[in-house]
Design a protein around this ligand. Structure first.
Ligand code: GLU
Length: 546
């Protein structure tokens, strides 16, 4: 068979150039010894999974810590999954978490185009070459043909796929091929696999260690009927010509590894190093399962932005999942920039990483408590400008006031920093009572209305915003005494039934009246921030509600 002629008939792309053209156009990168070239290669589906950030962070750290390059390639070969604006979503969501690319889609770079759909010519050049070498062939099987084969294989408990005796088009004669072409039958191009499933090899996976890999014997599709490559074929060509040295990708690709090993071999390319990252899992009742896009809101990167998790907190948490020695480092150097941590592929988890939102919240609280009031102001302002209500946006009109609120709520200047803030959404909700436009108290007292009324009236009569804390508290104590409440805690503890309550119950009534809450930071300071007029207006409002 004239394979040159066949290659031309099957792939008549006029743009295809001789193969050495591509080798010269995309030369080896001039990088220091040991530098890694890594990439993120998402499909533009518009959805960014936490797993994307996970894999992006690993690749980014490895590239940048080795003095290498981290780039973005868009794997858009599947038209059905493509969503308008998806690439902006990828950039925006990763940038938020501090993941920056050196080159790639919508950025500059000498190894593009970085959209696979724009690289058809290169894929065609290599598919043609494989046909010329007798390593690829056209397949005219219809969906029904394939379905029949599948059914037969299932019934007879045979391995599924297009291989061996099931690879019907593998041995078509020249006449049959041209007759099919003349009849206008659609075709795909398949690899003519040279592998043998009896052959097993040891493969060193950068994450999982030594694994056994069975040779591929599947005649996988390399070009679909519209001339668009499959992921298998495209990624092999792209990783070669973009000079990727290390591929960290999700473990769902591990089962395709034999195909990829064979493709690199037949294409004459050096196989990059591979590391298969374990998937992120969560505990669901009694079981442990993959974090699911459908079931778990926290699977989406959008979730963290909408909730207003600080990017550094999320990044810190992700590092605890990615590298087993990270937490130890963090304990030792809590104030060092995260990028100073020496990332190591060897310390990546070999089995599922367990996502635990409580731990993220914990890390988040600790991180938030390290910010200054000014930093918190800026962080909240940014979140509110995108996700906040108009009422919340109004909080930011008086910076001085809000910074005082934050200083108190974060315990700045106190003995110990408070760790109340987890994320922007919750923080902004937590401070709502400081603002009249969002002050919506439910007033749930633990004492009867008469008592509360007496206490509030007593407070109203004596309150002076100029009082320092001890004076203010003496007045609260006086109200307690007037109402028969204990001020001597020893006496109270000795016989609690002798009193309706103690001075802290009085403070609680005042707290609820002023803030609507029974649990807040220091009440005297809250009143200082609110000022005399607003404090009294609140006390009056509370009295009126009784
Ligand atoms: N497009 C593939 C994905 O989104 C990329 C896998 C890889 O990194 O090679 O899963």
């Amino acid at each position: 068979m004239d394979l040159n002629k066949l290659a031309q008939a099957l792939i008549p792309d006029e743009n295809v150039k001789p193969l050495d053209y591509y080798e010269q156009a995309y030369p080896e990168r001039d990088l220091p010894q040991g530098a890694h070239v890594t990439r993120l290669a998402p499909s533009p589906t518009g959805f960014m999974h936490l797993g994307n950030l996970y894999v992006a962070l690993a690749n980014e750290r490895i590239a940048h810590q080795s003095g290498g390059v981290f780039y973005l390639r868009i794997e858009d070969t599947d038209e059905k999954r493509k969503v308008e604006g998806a690439v902006e979503v990828i950039h925006k969501s990763l940038k938020y978490f501090g993941v920056n690319f050196d080159e790639g889609a919508d950025l500059c770079g000498n190894y593009g185009p970085y959209y696979q759909r724009q690289r058809a010519e290169i894929y065609h050049a290599y598919a043609k070459e494989l046909i010329r070498q007798g390593l690829a062939y056209p397949c005219f099987c219809t969906e029904e043909d394939l379905e029949k084969t599948r059914e037969y294989q299932t019934e007879n408990k045979l391995l599924p796929g297009y291989y061996g005796e099931f690879a019907k088009c593998r041995n078509l004669t020249e006449e049959e091929i041209y007759a099919n072409l003349e009849a206008g039958k659609p075709y795909v191009i398949r690899l003519k696999s040279q592998g043998d499933v009896e052959q097993k090899h040891t493969f060193h996976d950068q994450v999982k260690g030594d694994i056994t890999v069975t040779e591929n014997n599947q005649d996988v599709v390399i070009l679909k009927s519209d001339g668009i490559p499959t992921y298998h074929f495209a990624h092999a060509i792209d990783d070669h010509f973009m000079r990727t040295t290390l591929v960290i990708r999700g473990e769902e690709w591990l089962s395709s590894l034999p195909i990829h090993i064979e493709l690199f071999k037949v294409l004459g390319f050096k196989l990059p190093k591979y590391g298969h990252n374990c998937s992120i899992q969560k505990i669901d009742g009694e079981t442990r399962r993959k974090l699911s896009k459908r079931k778990d809101p926290e699977a989406s990167l959008t979730f963290y932005r909408e909730e207003g998790y600080h990017p550094t907190a999320v990044r810190t948490y992700m590092m605890t999942l990615l590298n087993s020695n990270f937490e130890e480092w963090l304990l030792k150097f809590p104030d060092k920039p995260l990028d100073e941590f020496k990332y190591s592929i060897g310390k990546m988890g070999k089995s599922g990483a367990l996502f635990d939102i409580l731990k993220l919240n914990d890390i988040s609280k600790t991180f938030m408590s390290t910010l200054s009031a000014e930093e918190m102001f800026d962080f909240l302002a940014e979140w509110v400008s995108e996700f906040g209500t108009d009422a919340q946006k109004a909080y930011f009109a008086d910076k001085d006031y809000l910074c005082k609120v934050l200083t108190l709520c974060m315990g700045i200047g106190g003995k110990k920093r408070r760790k109340d803030f987890v994320c922007a959404k919750q923080a902004v909700e937590m401070i709502a009572y400081f603002f009249d436009n969002t002050f919506a108290p439910a007033y749930e007292y633990r004492f009867d209305n008469e008592t509360v009324k007496k206490v509030l009236n007593g407070f109203k009569a004596t309150f002076d915003v100029a009082d320092d804390m001890p004076t203010w508290f003496d007045k609260v104590k006086a109200i307690a005494t007037e109402n028969g409440f204990a001020t001597d805690m020893k006496a109270y503890k000795a016989d609690p039934t002798a009193f309706p309550g103690n001075v802290s119950d009085i403070a609680e009534m005042l707290r609820i009246a002023t803030t609507g809450l029974s649990n807040t930071p220091d009440l005297w300071t809250i009143m200082q921030i609110l000022g005399a007029e607003r404090t009294l207006a609140r006390i009056e409002k509370a009295i009126a509600s009784l």
